[in-house]
Design a protein around this ligand. Sequence first.
Ligand SMILES: *Cc1c(COP(=O)(O)O)cnc(C)c1O
Length: 230
Amino acid sequence: MTSTAERYETTADEVQEVCQRAGRPVHDVTLVAVSKTVGLEEVEDAARAGAHNFGENRPDELMRKHDAFPEYRWHFIGNIQSRRIRDIVGRAVLIHSLYEAHHAQKIDEVAREQGIVQDVLLEVNVSGEASKSGLAPEDVPGMLALCESLEHVRVCGLMTMAPQGDLAVARATFRGLRELRDQLRETLPAAQAADFIELSMGMSEDWSIAIEEGSTIVRIGRAIFSADFA
Ligand SMILES: *Cc1c(COP(=O)(O)O)cnc(C)c1O
């Protein structure tokens, strides 16, 4: 039997090893512990083992856990609904899953009221799977141009989810996101390009490949919080 703390430590050690093997500085990669399936106690267990970035995909859970542990960094990785944006902005240090223009405008409006700039990532459907949400790669430049006009939204990079089950397909997806970021950076005004660095990609089954392909943020749930994950 392993505990949440042990699984977090093992995962964090493995992330460091994979960075070193890939020739990347370990500080390049942020480990987000996706706590969406667990409660406050497991969050505390992981935090005692060193976790300070956590990911949630539902506004209610984000609010509950953020309000219990405001000292940790909470990431919103779930589907955005207009009527819940007010609950997410300001609580999330980073919203990973923005892809609709009207959500960008609403985030800007709420962040303006709060007197903050909200950091976001644009979610991209690199693989083109019908079941996946996100912008088509060719629609990312238009969304970036819109976001540039919003003073209270800062786009820090891109996020994607790879199809599950085939690691070669996952690798191609991650590589595609990195290439898209690199191409777009060259076209952006200098100030916007300087912020546009993050690649949120890699989950329990494919995060090591994602790091090899340039991920700067891995989102790991089951490998940390599930005793059954092999
Ligand atoms: C649940 C979830 C994760 C974590 O997935 P695991 O396979 O449990 O590691 C990562 N990203 C998003 C967007 C998720 O919804």
